[in-house]
Design a binder for this molecule. Structure first.
Ligand code: BDR
Ligand code: CA
Length: 332
């Protein structure tokens, strides 16, 4: 029996890959997709979720969500995900305003489903609002997989914080303390899920005569250009795809129980995660079989265009790159 899952997302290049992976994995049945501000504004994120879903033949309803964090201003990541949110892909439709129905949709789906699994791939604004409006859903929910935070590795947004939790730290804080079965998928593991630059270049070649391959080449190449310019890395890290892979098969990671807090300050520490005896209880993926995850993504999404093993060097490439980055002390 596939696991029923609701995906909350801000597409976003890696969100697009994650959504497509969820649509294709037989272990998952996507019941709804809610969108949120984050990598791009929510209108574009909703338009992108629709575009990606239709390409993946995913028929689940797509519901627009929060346009802004709980108390802060939205700050889209145009440098990382492009002006439209999908790298060099230029969608033919504009993103249009839709009213925010995500929290209501989450509440309805959770009350309707038996221990529904959630997978949150963007800032946690929608989930925090849903629980604030309907606290009873906290007890009804199944596992909640969340891509966010950085435990023992440097951040991406500041030296110590990761983008999703930096974007809406108040929502992350609320969710952390909501007594959910929270399964955190932080940068510590996602940064090993690297699509090698060589595979993106191969996809680009196929893309000259295949429009589906071109879609992915155009999306991933932008991400890779960003990584090369800012992090001297040849390839791109597809964080959100790991959260979906682990929702489908949690045994691909080793999980640790922790109590975590998130900083609500401004400046460098905003969104930074720290261990704390009074923090929220979380189950955290701290090690992952990255090669297997990359092979799963390659087989499921790219086998018609790329030779087997095209993603094989990704995990080692990422390990070498990570080894050269400073690892901060987490015991503070
Ligand atoms: C997270 O931030 C976004 O850039 C990605 O889509 C992912 O959800 C990684 O820090
Ligand atoms: Ca995302």
């Amino acid at each position: 029996m596939p696991t029923s899952i609701l995906i909350d997302t801000d597409p976003g290049i890696d969100d697009a890959l994650a959504l497509t992976l969820a649509a294709k994995l037989p272990a998952l049945r996507v019941v709804a997709v809610t969108t949120v501000h984050g990598n791009t504004d929510v209108n574009r994120a909703t338009r992108n979720a629709r575009l990606v879903s239709s390409r993946a033949r995913l028929s689940a309803p797509i519901i627009a969500g929060a346009a802004a964090p709980l108390v802060r201003d939205p700050q889209p990541a145009r440098e990382t995900h492009g002006a439209e949110g999908l790298g060099y892909v230029v969608p033919s439709l504009a993103g249009e305003h839709e009213s925010d129905g995500a929290a209501d949709a989450i509440i309805a789906q959770v009350r309707d489903g038996h221990r529904l699994t959630l997978c949150c791939l963007g800032p946690l604004t929608n989930l925090a609002s849903a629980i604030a409006f309907a606290p009873d859903i906290a007890d009804l929910l199944g596992p909640v997989f969340v891509m966010g935070g950085a435990i023992a590795v440097p951040g991406t947004q500041t030296a110590t914080s990761e983008f999703n939790w930096w974007s809406d730290p108040e929502a992350a804080d609320f969710v952390l303390h909501a007594r959910l079965d929270l399964r955190l998928v932080p940068l510590d593991v996602t940064r090993r899920i690297a699509v090698p630059g060589s595979a993106i270049r191969a996809l680009e070649k196929v893309g000259s005569s295949d429009k589906d391959a071109r879609f992915w080449a155009d999306a991933l190449r932008f991400y890779a250009d960003f990584h090369r310019a800012h992090e001297h890395f040849d390839g791109c890290i597809v964080n959100d795809a790991l959260a979906i892979a682990l929702a489908a098969d949690p045994s691909l990671a080793e999980w640790e129980e922790m109590r975590l807090d998130v900083s609500l300050s401004d400046g460098e520490r905003r969104g930074t995660v720290s261990k704390s005896v009074i923090g929220g209880r979380v189950t955290v993926a701290m090690r992952v079989r990255a090669g297997e995850v990359l092979s799963l993504i390659e087989r499921t999404l790219f086998s018609q265009w790329l030779p087997e093993g095209a993603f094989a060097s990704g995990a080692d490439d990422a390990d070498r790159w990570l080894a050269s980055a400073a690892v901060r002390d987490t015991n503070t």
